[in-house]
Design a protein around this ligand. Sequence first.
Ligand code: SF4
Length: 394
Amino acid sequence: MTWLDDLADKAVNRELPTREEALAVLATGDDELLDVVAAAFRVRRRFFGSRVKLNYLVNIKSGLCPEDCFYCSQRVGSAAEVLKYTWLKTDEIVASASAGVAGGARRVCLVASGRGPTDRDVDRVCESIEAFKSEHPDVEVCACLGLLTDGQADRLAAAGTTAYNHNLNTSGGHYADICTTHEYADRVSTVTAAKEAGLSPCSGMIAGMGETDEDLVDVAFALRALSPDSVPVNFLIPFDGTPLAGTWELTPQRCLRILAMVRFVNPDAEVRLAGGREIHLRSLQPLALHIVNSIFLGDYLTSEGQPGAADLSLIADAGFTVEGAPPAPAPATSSASKPAAGPASASASAPARSAALAPVATPSPAAPLSPDAPRPDLVHVRRRGPGTSLPANT
Ligand code: SF4
């Protein structure tokens, strides 16, 4: 038995690791990396088998936020050239979210910029959620609208909202270094309010913002204390025009260690690989699927991800299956009946659907080979989907 076997045993039994163990995961060397992934995979497999849940983001109000979160391209004063638009209409939201469902998503996440919604904003979002749920009663809806005030979570729950996302983002000790317009405690309060209203709590973090290993462990443990059902792990997308522009602290190997640490601390939570996976994990994305059990399909709020078809291929190639997708067809017995090459699940038509989308985040032959090299060439501001006249990336 190695210490990683012990750690996996603890996690399988939902036992909390010690802080020292969590820190040790982050401190492992490259020669131990596959052992770390294998240990985390034991935990992932115990609670989630080989399923990968697809989530789909719809940015229902983009940019022009009065808050100053340093990592955010939508912050006050942001010079990032992201799409800016006010609340999408209900039919636009339903159409966008339905596109994600058609691509294989089992949860849609409706996200609005801003400190928090007014009661009128909540009314408008509830109307959209009710309209979406009438068409897709089995698809989960997660709302992410910022800080909630009294009664708002209850109203979202009554409208059929499944979950509420509000990330802690970083440790309490590091919070003032990434935001000055609201406090860490405000975020904890909103996660708690959502949970008390019966919404499934979704709360996660962003790595790569100047934090220490201790900060990463602190936020992972703080999340465990909140018992979220889902823990999205983002890796900073350092947009030009934001205070964290040019901050490239992560390597693919470090991303894997961070994901594994989060898995050991939150073993039975849906650990969701979120923004930044393409630009930071790059060709190691398949290894991450052995740790996380969920990813976002297609694009992010203000940046473009790899084509949705590539997401589906990633999952199929790594030997995983899309949660909720019909079973893969039996192998063909003759070349005449052989299905077209592509993902075995979710949607065999996905490659065709996304064929018109230029692939992004694919290293060119001339790309730097060092895992430490900044890769601003991989950051692409979203120019399709909600808020544009172009089809979404699904
Ligand atoms: S993270 Fe949310 S609250 Fe913070 S600046 Fe961005 S949109 Fe505003």
